[in-house]
Design a protein. Structure first.
Length: 310
């Protein structure tokens, strides 16, 4: 749950010297990682149509927890969970759990491409809210791009577009939660490491979904193959964070950030290949507006001088 980009700027090597710049490799890493996230969304839709969302997410987060302890803890030890503002970091993890829950329900009811497109309302909302919350300034171009991206989302959401209204509501709630998640991440990143925030988000998600899945234990038991797919979701999500971190370490953010919007492209393509959900022309145009506006906004954020960052 797009809620994913805020953790990507740093990695396990936060305290190490910056490696040599390799922009082409960075672009490839981000392109592959957005494919991972879109694949996880696609698997999530398939599983959400067969099993309760909490059950699916419990297995996904438990898999991610195992991966962190198996491959990260041996390298960095207790630094994996060391924080200065533990309560705030844990609340941020709760927000991510709620985002995963609402995204799961959205994917159950509407196509993957449209659900992911609605999620990308969040960067524009973060930009607008950063003005009163953090005292940031927004250039006229930034506001224009935000309006352009929002217009793209409206085209995807338009009446008569055939989307399930309940699924749309879940997707909009998800975008709202993701906005709060990103704002908290922006604040906490000043004092907390990205790996610690990822750790608490993961274990909080595992605990949250194990507890919320208890009422569903009398329901259908996932088949072994489906459990494997849910574990694969966790693998994709965990690897995604590290791949993005690696990309930001070897290339400027101004080059890497716009590639995030390939997530929408991959989601639409996989939704078509797996579920035969082909967006109509108006929705495709709306998705294109979101991609162009978001990518341009990301570029603009790093080229505007002075205090203005957007």
């Amino acid at each position: 749950m797009t809620h994913r980009t805020a953790n990507r700027v740093s990695s396990l090597t936060d305290t190490l010297p910056q490696p040599a710049q390799r922009p082409l490799l960075a672009i490839m890493l981000v392109a592959v990682t957005t494919l991972f996230f879109a694949a996880a969304d696609t698997i999530g839709k398939e599983m959400a149509m067969k099993y309760p969302v909490p059950v699916m997410q419990a297995i996904r987060y438990l898999a991610s927890t195992v991966l962190l302890f198996a491959f990260v803890y041996p390298k960095i030890g207790a630094r994996l969970w060391q924080t200065q503002k533990t309560k705030q970091v844990m609340f941020r993890g709760l927000l991510l759990s709620l985002a995963s829950l609402t995204m799961g329900h959205a994917l159950r009811l509407i196509p993957v491409g449209e659900a992911v497109s609605i999620l990308y309302l969040s960067p524009f909302a973060v930009m607008a809210l950063a003005v009163p919350l953090f005292g940031e300034k927004v250039s006229p171009l930034g506001w224009f791009l935000a309006v352009l991206g929002f217009s793209g989302v409206l085209l995807v959401l338009r009446p008569g577009g055939g989307l399930d209204p309940v699924g749309v509501i879940y997707a909009l709630v998800n975008a709202g939660i993701a906005t709060a998640f990103h704002l908290m991440t922006r604040s906490l990143s000043k004092t907390e490491s990205s790996i610690a925030m990822l750790y608490y988000a993961t274990i909080n998600g595992a605990a949250f979904f194990v507890l919320t899945s208890i009422p569903h234990l009398s329901g259908p038991i996932p088949e072994l193959f489906d459990i494997g797919l849910m574990v694969l979701m966790g693998l994709f999500a965990t690897l995604g964070h590290f791949f993005f971190a690696a990309a930001y370490k070897i290339a400027p953010a101004s080059l890497v950030a716009p590639i995030n919007y390939m997530h929408i492209v991959w989601a639409a393509v996989l939704g078509w290949l797996v579920f035969n959900h082909l967006p109509d022309r108006v929705s495709v145009f709306g998705m294109a507006l979101i991609i162009v506006a978001g990518a341009a906004l990301a570029l603009n954020a790093h080229y505007v001088k002075g205090r203005t960052k957007i």
